[in-house]
Design a protein around this ligand. Structure first.
Ligand code: DNO
Length: 362
């Protein structure tokens, strides 16, 4: 397991690489070029400069999150081939700077979704929350407006202002989309890019849909064990893999996350792990809690143990944290709580490792 930390890049993140390098055990930075419009090629010169910047802090740049998939590819339009070509060029450029994993998603129209960005917890910290009732009653346009208001100046990943402005129009384009067609579009994309991923030695790691059920009538398919199996079977190369995001999959109580990790981890199909906890406030509603098992509804020990047992040698990062100690910034992506998460996860790993090898406990 290699511990990593998401960084949005200079000018896009209030956190510095200097701060990230000081988190104990931190090895890898997970980043992206946020200013390149979705679908355009990421220029090699920019990538070389980015790598140099990251490496000058003693960190490695081996994971990209995300190279977003153009809507035309998801919709299966004729124009998709030209976007796929550009996607492959970006992959080739990324391989030249030593990137090993690309995290991406295939969620239609927008990325992950929360209803509150500043949900206040008893201890005064703030976090993100999801209320299903709210989502089922509101239309996407109103939702997008409220979301923009709440997020103030800090842009959320997957909720860029350009996307939000277009949201109704984008959703409209999915009117005729069935789940079946959507799966076909995924397969078309995979079959086009995976041979290049193999050549480039870059593992593709799709992010699960968050939350893992249809929203605003749009298909959402990467939702749990069965659909992950279906996804992996679309293209059986090891380079076609997944990101296990415990918070996304964990939002559906039926998902047995340790079992998912064991099944797909053994097959070498998990390339990236986003680890966070959440606390259910009803059957479907939850807030994102601190990472510790006792703070939320997920058992972090069981999750880390499953990764350990399958010999996970991919990248792991602490996912969304709360805002604590007066920090302000991009919701979910503060420094302090995620740094605590990174250390906690490494603590679990070390304990499991020593118990297994030195104390010979199973
Ligand atoms: C949210 C993130 C997602 C993720 C994308 C990957 O915080 O986990 O935005 O980066 O879905 O493409």
């Amino acid at each position: 397991m290699k511990m990593s930390f998401r960084w949005f890049g200079k000018g896009y993140d209030h956190i510095t690489l200097e701060q990230i390098r000081q988190i104990p055990g931190m090895e890898v930075v997970v980043t992206s070029l946020l200013d390149i419009p979705v679908g355009e090629v990421w220029p090699l010169e920019r990538l070389k400069a980015l790598r140099e910047e990251v490496e000058s802090y003693g960190l490695k740049l081996e994971v990209i999150e995300s190279v977003n998939v153009h809507e035309d590819i998801k919709l299966g339009l004729e124009t998709r081939d030209s976007y796929i070509e550009k996607y492959i060029k970006t992959m080739k450029n990324l391989s030249q700077i030593g990137v090993k994993v690309i995290c991406y998603n295939f969620m239609p129209a927008f990325d992950w979704l929360r209803t509150e960005l500043e949900y206040q917890l008893e201890d005064g910290s703030r976090t993100m929350a999801y209320r299903h009732d709210f989502v089922s009653k509101i239309d996407p346009e109103n939702f997008a407006e409220q979301f923009m208001e709440q997020s103030k100046d800090s842009e959320l990943p997957g909720w860029e202002p350009e996307r939000l402005k277009e949201i109704s129009r984008t959703i409209e384009r999915y009117k005729e989309m069935t789940e079946d067609k959507y799966w076909k579009n995924i397969k078309y994309f995979l079959d086009s890019i995976i041979p290049s991923a193999e050549e480039c030695d870059i593992k593709m790691a799709i992010h699960p849909d968050d939350p893992p059920w249809p929203v605003f009538g749009l298909p959402r398919v990467i939702t749990g064990r069965e659909n992950i199996r279906k996804f992996l079977d679309l293209n059986k190369s090891r380079y076609n893999g997944i990101t296990v995001c415990t918070g996304s999959l964990g939002a559906n109580r039926q998902n047995d996350i340790p079992a998912i990790i064991r099944e797909f981890g053994k097959e070498g199909r998990i390339h990236f792990a986003h680890i966070r906890n959440l606390k259910f406030t009803s059957d479907r509603d939850f807030y994102e809690s601190a990472h510790l098992s006792k703070c939320g509804s997920l058992d972090m020990f069981e999750i880390v143990k499953a990764f350990y047992d399958v010999g996970f040698d991919g990248y792991m990062r602490p996912d969304h944290g709360r805002m604590i100690w007066g920090e302000t910034g991009r919701p979910g992506y503060g420094l302090y709580d995620r740094a605590l998460g990174a250390v906690y996860l490494q603590g679990l790993w070390e304990a499991i490792d020593k118990m297994t090898n030195e104390y010979k406990l199973k």
